[in-house]
Design a protein around this ligand. Structure first.
Ligand code: IPM
Ligand code: MG
Length: 355
């Protein structure tokens, strides 16, 4: 297993350190793992003057999977747009063809009181959001600024999806839904207004004929945003485009009250994937050894499951995390009275003990 490790910015390096300790347990048990580190985002800008330099590109292209910490920080906000850390993230997604972004939102039984919603609304919540990640208005051309006919400046972007792009993500989403116990797929669009997503709905309906075991429904994005806070457990798998997926996945992660716990995967048509925590780089707490490393650790579990088909190792990591939580250990972000507060590395220690 060749793994590219991109610690990134902010709390990225410290949480990745804990994730690598977990990976090392499996190396000691005999799993053959090769690791190569490279910078991305602000760290890459500092070292190479650009957020996704050729060195990082080479390391990632040669790897079977990529583990990313987080990118971004206030010191980079004033850079020209193409040099900003976020651009590094968009470039790597596009470069490696990481079209399918999986963002699970699940409520750990031990943390159901961490949600801002009532515990009985979120108890047992287990949603998988599948976001198409390399198309849509994020990458559509033309885009930019221009003078319009009345001599006024205007800015514009293009929302566009080709049939093959929609078919590819639809097959992926039905495939995931088919492996889950409820087998429900809700496709989210704005087909009442936007042609792009009317087409999206047509193709999803067409692809559904290949998956009779999956129950497909459609929902408009505005309603979906509302239903997610009204009755989130009605959802099993949600599939949507790049922009709507960006928004809905943040909303869904917050339902769980513990964004520090959620891992995400971005997959290409081969099994290569990029795995990263769902949270950001949290520059305000960087370097203090108080960040929650569990999302990074759970990203390793996702990597083992999706890129390396090692379900056994993935399950062991997830169970170890559950046991640590059940024993009452909490980092500051999920701390509640009566539990025992641990540091970032302290949480890593606990997970290693359970493993
Ligand atoms: C995300 C982020 C990125 C996105 C930003 C940082 C470019 O919000 O991964 O959800 O919009 O995709
Ligand atoms: Mg986002």
């Amino acid at each position: 297993m060749k793994i590219a490790v991109l610690p990134g910015d902010g709390i990225g390096p410290e949480i990745v350190t804990q994730a690598l300790r977990v990976l090392d347990v499996f190396r000691q048990e005999g799993l053959r793992i090769e690791i190569e580190e490279a910078p991305l985002g602000g760290a890459a800008y500092d070292q190479y003057g650009m957020p996704y330099p050729p060195f990082t590109q080479q390391v990632c292209q040669a790897a079977d999977a990529i583990l990313l910490g987080a990118v971004g920080g206030p010191q980079y906000d004033k850079l020209d747009r193409p040099m900003r850390p976020e651009r590094g993230l968009l470039a790597i997604r596009r470069d490696l063809g990481l079209f399918a972004n999986l963002r699970p939102a699940l409520v750990f039984p031990e943390l159901e009181n961490a949600s801002t919603l009532k515990a009985e609304v979120v108890r047992g919540l287990d949603i998988m959001i599948i976001r198409e990640q390399i198309g849509d208005v994020y990458f559509g051309q033309p885009r930019g600024m221009r003078m319009n006919d009345s001599g006024e400046r205007e800015a514009f972007n293009t929302m566009v999806y080709s049939e093959s792009e929609i078919r590819r993500i639809a097959h992926f989403a039905f495939g995931v839904a088919a492996t889950r116990s409820r087998k429900k797929l809700c496709s989210v669009d704005k087909a009442n207004v936007l042609e792009t997503t009317e087409f999206w709905r047509e193709i999803f309906t067409d692809v559904s004929r290949d998956y009779p075991q999956v129950e497909l429904s459609h929902m408009y994005i505005d309603n979906a945003a509302m239903q997610l806070v009204r009755n989130p457990r009605q959802f099993d798998v949600i599939a949507t485009g790049n922009l709507f997926g960006d928004i809905l996945s943040d909303e869904a992660s917050m339902l769980t009250g513990s964004i520090g716990m959620l891992a995400t995967a971005s997959l290409s048509e081969s099994k290569k994937g990029l795995y990263e925590p769902g949270h950001g780089s949290a520059p305000e707490i960087a370097g203090k050894n108080i960040a929650n490393p569990l999302a990074a650790i759970l990203s390793v579990a996702m990597m083992l499951r999706y890129s390396f088909d090692n379900l056994d190792a993935a399950n062991r990591i997830e169970q170890a995390v559950r046991r640590v939580l059940a024993k009452g250990y909490r980092t500051a972000d999920i701390f509640e009275p009566g539990s025992e507060k641990v540091s970032c590395s302290g949480m890593g220690d606990r997970v290693l003990e359970e493993l």
